[in-house]
Design a protein around this ligand. Structure first.
Ligand code: CDP
Ligand code: CDP
Length: 218
């Protein structure tokens, strides 16, 4: 029975979580999971099948259909879904509504636990990883940057929509994610907070790698 260790990375949209987590995963030979994919899968399937994304009962039924009780990888979006499907503006507009439903959060959390238990060490990215999903994660990172910077980064990355549209999506999701009652986005009390507004990707990765090393990862 191998004990699995988890590093958590939380923060608002386009703070650099995915890019830096992948680099840190490479350095320390960790498995990587983007937990936001699960909420995007739920939003995408709701839009596709015409289910009201704010209706908890219907969304939980849809979730059961997707994961069919125990198929963790389907709900986590590890197969089948393309970036184009999961990262469309329509999904961006819907995902935070879906992510406010407490029972869906419990199911996603459960799937992430099952996934992580299968790995010796992993780095998991999202909004509530250090606070709710893995409160014992070490180290915990909270990445942030000004909303303007994050909107510009996302626009450069995806190249679709106008700066105004992307900025509005980012700000709307930040507001929804930080103000919801079920596991709101907030730094864990023991999180290392990195404001990346003025930092390059390399500088952020260096700081994260240093903290991982200091926590005994090698
Ligand atoms: O890549 P980006 O940070 O823009 O978004 P994401 O990680 O794909 O997450 C999309 C949405 O899923 C977020 O805006 C949250 O509403 C939700 N989410 C969450 O509630 N909890 C998580 N652990 C991960 C994502
Ligand atoms: O996962 P999250 O939504 O937090 O952000 P991301 O998808 O990793 O990063 C959004 C974009 O910002 C990517 O194109 C990165 O290359 C870029 N970027 C960054 O992540 N960190 C910086 N310090 C500068 C740019």
């Amino acid at each position: 029975n191998v004990k699995s260790s988890v590093v958590s990375v939380d923060g608002p949209a386009a703070a650099g979580k995915t890019t830096t987590s992948l680099a840190v995963a490479e350095i320390f030979d960790m498995k990587y999971l983007e937990s936001g994919r699960a909420y995007r899968v739920l939003a995408y399937e709701a839009l596709r099948s015409g289910v009201d994304p704010t209706d908890p009962k219907k969304m939980v039924a849809l979730c059961s259909k997707i994961s069919r009780g125990d198929r963790v990888s389907e709900l986590l979006g590890l197969n089948r879904y393309t970036a184009g499907e999961l990262r469309s503006l329509a999904v961006g507009r819907t995902v935070s509504k879906v992510a406010g439903i407490a029972e869906l959060r419990r199911r996603v959390t459960n799937s992430v636990h099952i996934w992580a238990a299968g790995n010796r060490r992993s780095i998991v990215e999202g909004r509530d990883i250090g606070t709710v999903v893995f409160p014992t994660a070490v180290p915990k990172f909270y990445l942030t940057a000004s909303a303007e910077t994050r909107a510009r980064r996302r626009l450069a990355q995806e190249g679709s929509g106008s700066l105004k549209e992307v900025f509005e999506d980012v700000v709307r999701r930040d507001r929804a994610d930080t103000t919801r009652s079920a596991s709101p986005l907030v730094p864990a009390s023991d999180a290392i907070i990195i404001d990346t507004t003025e930092l390059s990707i390399e500088q952020v990765v260096d700081r994260m790698a240093e903290a991982c090393g200091a926590s005994g990862l090698a």
